[in-house]
Design a protein around this ligand. Structure first.
Ligand code: AMP
Ligand code: MG
Length: 310
């Protein structure tokens, strides 16, 4: 089996598609970093393991280890670290490696890896509306830079990429779920020619830390950006809950324990202010730009759900 894995990897590393994807990846990261630095964001280093990480809202295996009597988890997302540090530094971003040991059947989607990178950012005092605008500008800037620099690479891949115009269309989660059923995201993504937002996501669909609307109970001030042409979810984000009582209540309603989040709760007791942020998966973005069917084609050492990898 080892020889097969090694020869498959050697072939993958020599693939012209991978070369183009890595060039695009280089430009994507530079363009995004430059865009955010120009707007006064500071870059923080990633957190690879911690006493607390994102509980997520879907099942994954939970890798953790003990060091000197304390249990640490590998980072699934830096949500809590973002919410804590943004209290001191009001505009932050990080290229955060995330480990999510997804169930093997997720390999079928072509958009799940066990190890990937999010550009994860957070802004203190900002609302969802502010972050939707920022997300659109960031997305357009990045696509413009890639189109400028990689016209030949995209042409060689047979990819025609158009840069969308803001504002992007918006759909309310419950309205499209009623109209198209549970597969609404895939259906709408396949029909769409431009990226669009899904907003107003019901509470049960998301984690405890996203803020519930004051006007519409049970609805979160959240948003997802969806790629066109069937590439599905690009990013997720939202306003964060900052009220300690509401945080505790939401943990309780999820059937989760305070013990699981005790480190975060200690900071929350010190007082949090509203922040809003999002995380955009870099490999999914590069896959969309290159027009690839499968996400593993953009990564030199892809970890595909259910497969042994180097
Ligand atoms: P989430 O907060 O779970 O929505 O994750 C944030 C973003 O990370 C998503 O919108 C995707 O772009 C990306 N992402 C999440 N899970 C994966 C995965 N298993 N493989 C690759 N990218 C992912
Ligand atoms: Mg999401």
């Amino acid at each position: 089996m080892e020889t097969e894995i090694v020869s498959e990897l050697m072939e993958h590393l020599s693939d012209k598609k991978l070369e183009a994807a890595l060039k695009v990846n280089t430009t994507v990261r530079a363009a995004m970093g430059e865009f955010l630095r120009d707007r006064g964001f500071i870059e923080i280093p990633p957190v690879i393991f911690s006493t607390v990480t994102d509980p997520l809202n879907h099942p994954v295996y939970d890798p953790s280890f003990e060091y000197e009597g304390t249990r640490y988890a590998l980072t699934k997302s830096m949500i809590f670290h973002k919410q804590i540090i943004v209290q001191k530094f009001p505009k932050i971003f990080t290229f955060s490696p995330n480990i999510r040991l997804e169930m093997p059947e997720k390999a079928r989607t072509g958009r799940h890896l066990l190890e990937f990178t999010q550009l994860d950012l957070e802004v203190k005092g900002a609302t969802r509306e502010d972050l939707i605008k920022l997300g659109e500008e960031l997305f357009i800037h990045t696509l413009e830079k890639v189109s400028e620099k990689h016209a030949q690479d995209l042409h060689d891949l047979g990819r025609r990429l158009s840069v969308p115009c803001a504002p992007f269309k918006r759909y309310k989660f419950e309205e499209v779920a009623e109209k198209y059923g549970s597969e609404f995201e895939t259906i709408l993504s396949k029909e769409a020619k431009e990226p669009f937002w899904i907003v107003d996501i019901p509470l049960k669909e998301r984690e405890f830390y996203d803020r519930e609307s004051d006007v519409f109970p049970g609805i979160l001030n959240d948003m997802d950006l969806i790629y066109p042409e069937g590439y599905c979810e690009a990013l997720s984000g939202g306003e964060r809950e900052f009220d300690l009582d509401r945080i505790m209540e939401r943990i309780r309603r999820k059937g989760q324990t305070y013990e699981q989040f005790k480190w975060f709760l200690e900071f929350a007791k010190e007082g949090l202010e509203l922040s809003t942020g999002f995380g955009i998966g870099i490999e999914r973005l590069v896959r969309y730009i290159c027009g690839f069917e499968r996400i593993e084609d953009v990564h030199p050492f892809p970890k595909v759900p259910g497969k042994v990898s180097v």
